[in-house]
Design a protein around this ligand. Structure first.
Ligand SMILES: Nc1nc2c(c(=O)[nH]1)N=C([C@H](O)[C@H](O)COP(=O)(O)OP(=O)(O)OP(=O)(O)O)CN2
Length: 138
């Protein structure tokens, strides 16, 4: 089994805010991340797919096609957007890195299987250079 990865990036604004809590409670739990007027991050997304190289191409997946797929289905929806206000698939969800990566998985996994024999293996999402989450679909 070969694991093939593509790094993409996007910039987005958000705030961590639980609508069931008061502003004071949100600030107590989320600190500056609850700032009422938003804050931004430079996100980095690493998408890893697994499979066997196709005999005709030597590719598990064409990385150009994988990049286009990620950009079409994820990056164009979140880049330079407000994750709390502008992104349909985050509606009603707390804009944490964990919740984002689950939504990304649900979107990408079926799309990757449409264009290749490879399967999505993992996603890694950096919110800051020091904070990241990983997801393996379970
Ligand atoms: N489990 C999670 N914890 C936190 C998340 C998250 O998505 N999941 N998000 C945040 C904030 O949105 C943000 O990432 C924190 O920013 P900050 O503390 O400024 O991160 P830095 O790495 O830049 O901070 P340094 O302390 O300067 O290293 C908080 N928690």
């Amino acid at each position: 089994m070969i694991y093939v990865s593509r790094l993409e990036h996007f910039n987005a604004a958000h705030k961590l805010h639980n609508p069931n809590w008061s502003l004071a409670k949100n600030k107590e739990v989320f600190g500056p991340c609850a700032n009422t007027n938003w804050h931004g991050h430079n996100y980095e997304l690493i998408v890893t797919v697994k499979g066997k190289p196709e005999p005709d191409t030597g590719f598990v997946i064409d990385l150009k096609k994988l990049s286009t797929l990620i950009r079409t289905h994820i990056i164009e929806k979140v880049d330079h957007k407000n994750l709390n206000l502008d992104v349909a698939f985050m509606e009603g969800k707390l804009a944490s890195t964990e919740n984002l990566i689950i939504e990304f998985w649900n979107i990408l996994a079926p799309q990757i299987e449409k264009i290749s024999n490879a399967k999505l293996h993992s996603l890694k999402l950096y919110e800051t250079p020091r904070n990241y989450v990983e997801y393996f679909g379970e």
